[in-house]
Write a protein that binds this ligand. Structure first.
Ligand SMILES: Nc1nc2c(ncn2[C@@H]2O[C@H](COP(=O)(O)OP(=O)(O)OP(=O)(O)O)[C@@H](O)[C@H]2O)c(=O)[nH]1
Ligand SMILES: [Mg+2]
Length: 316
């Protein structure tokens, strides 16, 4: 076992942070270190928190961190792009909220940015989730806004997905439009201190009824929380435990595990082939030149793709 692996398992947060950076930067040996770290380790419980901007995901995440810490569990948090243009300044709020856990070696928080993430957002998040598992964290909470394909992919990293909405202005429906109805294992109407909570809950329950509330033997509950006052957290934990039990005791857990493995394989193959093909035609820099060709109408994307696929191996 390498020194790094030993240090990370021993709770060295800096070593863990360095490994995560090395993975993002594609440093040599990083993938092997991750594999060694995860070797023989049981996977962490991964819970996704998704919902429209400002629904209270970060506030609720902080509540869950505290609740799991009270159970004596080690908790990791992956926040996808907390600096999203929607949230305007929310990152400061996140910092303040998470300050409560500063200095707690059993809480590890990592932000993953959407922009400038060449290796792919999902891959980057998966690396963090896996590294946290290997490092011995019991629970990993993944916060994402859940809009756009990348983020919808990310929700598949979690075993259980909590979808947040908030009362009023038809936002509940908005979340569903964003394709979140299908991925919700638990619905939470947060900000239940505001007017319209009851309607929002009813609206969601009706939508779930319409699509047949039973999914592989699981009935999606619609809960209410006031994250700023840590209200409703016990019921949420109970629902999370219930869903975990459902996954463990039915074929659903295995089905989802297989789906996750399949997605990871597809992604791995995709990036390996891309790297191979680009290396054959002279490296990733050619993309810029080709993009210009497309922009200026010299070639179509289809023509370039055909040409790339047909290109012979370069010597050396
Ligand atoms: N009234 C009320 N406000 C809340 C509640 N939960 C969170 N808030 C407030 O709502 C705002 C947004 O909360 P966040 O936790 O940052 O929401 P978020 O979903 O993480 O937001 P983004 O990450 O920007 O998408 C903050 O000002 C919170 O204090 C709640 O239960 N009731
Ligand atoms: Mg947030």
């Amino acid at each position: 076992m390498t020194d790094v692996v030993q240090r990370i398992r021993g709770g060295d947060a800096r070593a863990l942070g360095r490994l995560l950076r090395a993975l993002d930067d594609g440093h040599e040996g990083a993938v092997e270190t991750l594999a060694a770290l995860c070797d023989g380790r049981s996977a962490a419980r991964v819970v996704g928190l998704t919902g429209i901007p400002g629904a209270g995901k970060s506030t609720l995440t902080a509540c869950l961190v505290k609740a799991y810490r009270d159970r004596g569990l080690r908790v990791g948090v992956v926040a996808v792009d907390p600096s999203s243009p929607f949230s305007g300044g929310a990152i400061l709020g996140d910092r303040i909220r998470m300050q409560a856990f500063a200095g707690d070696p059993d809480v590890f928080i990592r932000s993953v940015a959407t922009r400038g993430n060449l290796g792919g957002l999902t891959k980057s998040c998966r690396n963090v989730v896996q590294a946290l598992s290997g490092a011995g964290f019991d629970v990993v909470l993944v916060e994402t806004v859940g809009v756009g394909q990348d983020e919808v992919d990310i929700v598949h990293l979690a075993e259980t997905n909590v979808v947040l909405t908030l009362p009023g202005t038809g936002d509940g429906v908005q979340a569903i439009k964003a394709g979140l109805l299908e991925i919700a294992d638990i619905f939470v109407v947060n900000k239940a201190d505001l007017d319209g909570t009851h309607q929002a809950v009813r609206q969601l329950e009706m939508l779930l009824d319409l699509e047949g509330a039973e999914r592989h033997g699981w009935t999606v509950p619609v809960l209410q929380t006031v994250a700023t006052r840590a209200e409703g957290i016990d019921a949420l934990l109970t629902a999370l435990d219930g869903h975990k039990g459902h996954l463990d005791n039915t074929a659903e857990g295995e089905r989802r595990g297989r789906m996750r493995a399949e997605a990871e394989l597809r992604e791995g193959i995709h990036s390996a082939i891309e790297a191979q093909v680009l290396a054959r035609v002279g490296g990733p820099d050619v993309l810029e030149r080709w993009a210009n060709d497309v922009m200026e109408g010299r070639k179509t994307v289809a023509e370039i793709v055909d040409q790339v696929i047909a290109a012979p191996d370069q010597e050396g």
